[in-house]
Ligand binder design. Structure first.
Ligand SMILES: [Zn+2]
Length: 412
């Protein structure tokens, strides 16, 4: 049996790893200025191993500092989902329990009450992890489960896919994504990384606090699709999901069939069946108390995507003056959207530029900076933007123009 590193707590004893609280850390008088940074409320962190000689336990002790694992997970979850003002303070303990079991991990309220959470993590799963994966997979799984200890669930009515998507979003933002994760385009509430990537896109479009706002919106209120209208300023979930799939070319590619020409002209995409049946990673983890809502219907979308054809078309060597030569319905839709983009200086330029460049990357990734600058300038609209460009940015490169825009029109 491998020796247990001395920094580990004794496995069979429940150990509190909570750091000293600020209330008894110093002898500050009530009138002294609090010049130390605000600290999160950290509940008691407890640890139990059911079988210390299990292969998974040995691997765990050889790779993991439990105090750091749990403490980092709590602070990371709080930082991603809350502010110091909104973070819950009622959690009393979180217990990590390593034991032999099927699946990977799950989180429940304890037998005492819901303020005591228990994270069960499978020793069999840990034991089978390749050595080079264990160091990231163990904190990755714990980060996901720790979200379930803290997140709101719309009084039990949130779609389980959203609950699981937020958990994997936090894991992703911590840089703990497993290598097999991919963007998927079947349903926004497919859960796990499929939903996590979508939430990340919403953050790039509506601000870094978007997932915080989604979580907080589920504190006391039952879930309805209105949630998405609220966080996006009036855009329904179907449109957001469609925009996401367009931005990352996730619309399914219909197989061209003889006689399908008319359908293609109308531009209706066929939902790919293969994608919907791709099995998720072998996670059996689930939040038992969640009621599963029916997925929102995705309306037929007037886009048929031919990604590879579009990327190859209009290559620089073709000599076209107008680079968007791809003759597909999707290209026409995206081109139309690009040509109709207008920036009036009344919104966040960073988000605008993200969408601007995402469209160009779909249509003509090789476009020169000179052409990008010309296109960007033609999207400037109204006297504010014309004045700003004339006084500030007339003789700059494309990159300088982008930086100046982001600086001048930030956080609207
Ligand atoms: Zn989960």
């Amino acid at each position: 049996m491998a020796a247990t590193p001395t920094r580990q707590p004794s496995p069979l004893v429940q150990v509190s790893t909570a750091p000293p609280q600020s209330t008894n850390a110093t002898a500050e008088t009530p009138t002294s200025k609090p010049h130390h940074p605000k600290r999160w409320h950290i509940p008691r962190l407890l640890f139990t191993v059911k079988d210390v000689s299990h292969d998974g336990a040995i691997k765990y002790f050889n790779t993991t500092n439990t105090q750091k694992l749990l403490h980092d997970a709590v602070t990371s979850v709080l930082e991603t989902l809350y502010t110091h003002e909104t973070a819950p303070t009622t959690q009393r303990s979180i217990t990590l329990i390593l034991r032999s079991m099927d699946g990977i991990a799950n989180t429940t309220g304890s037998e005492l009450d819901n303020d005591h959470k228990e994270i069960y993590f499978s020793l069999d799963y840990i034991g089978e992890l390749p050595d080079d994966r264990a160091q990231k997979e163990i904190p990755g799984v714990i980060r996901h489960e720790m979200v379930h200890c803290w997140q709101y669930d719309a009084c039990g009515t949130a779609p389980s896919g959203l609950i699981e998507g937020i958990a994997d979003f936090v894991r992703m933002k911590a840089g703990l994504s497993p290598p097999h994760w991919r963007r998927k385009g079947d349903r926004w509430d497919a859960g796990y990384e499929a939903t996590a990537y979508f939430l990340d896109y919403l953050c790039s479009r509506f601000g870094n606090d978007t997932v915080k706002r989604i979580n907080l919106a589920m504190k006391h209120t039952k879930y309805t699709p209105e949630l998405w209208m609220t966080i996006s300023g009036g855009i329904p979930i179907e449109k957001l999901w469609d925009d996401y799939r367009t931005a990352f070319s996730l619309h399914p590619t219909p197989k061209p069939e003889p006689g399908d020409g008319e359908k293609e002209k109308e531009g209706y995409a066929v939902i790919a069946k293969e994608e919907a049946t791709t099995p998720p990673p072998s996670k059996t983890e689930a939040k038992p108390s969640q009621s599963v809502e029916k997925p929102l219907p995705i309306p037929p979308t007037p886009i048929a995507t031919y990604v590879s054809g579009m990327r190859r078309s209009g290559s620089p060597s073709s000599g076209d003056v107008w680079p968007f030569a791809a003759d597909t319905p999707a290209a026409h839709v995206m081109l139309d959207r690009l040509k109709n983009m207008r920036f009036e200086g009344k919104s966040d330029a960073t988000r605008y530029l993200l969408e601007f460049e995402a469209l160009i990357d779909r249509l003509q990734p090789e476009m020169s900076d000179a052409d990008r600058k010309l296109l960007l300038c033609t999207s400037f609209c109204g006297p504010t933007m014309v004045d700003w460009y004339e006084t500030t940015c007339r003789a700059v490169t494309y990159h300088q123009l982008k930086e100046a825009m982001q600086e001048a029109f930030r956080n609207y």
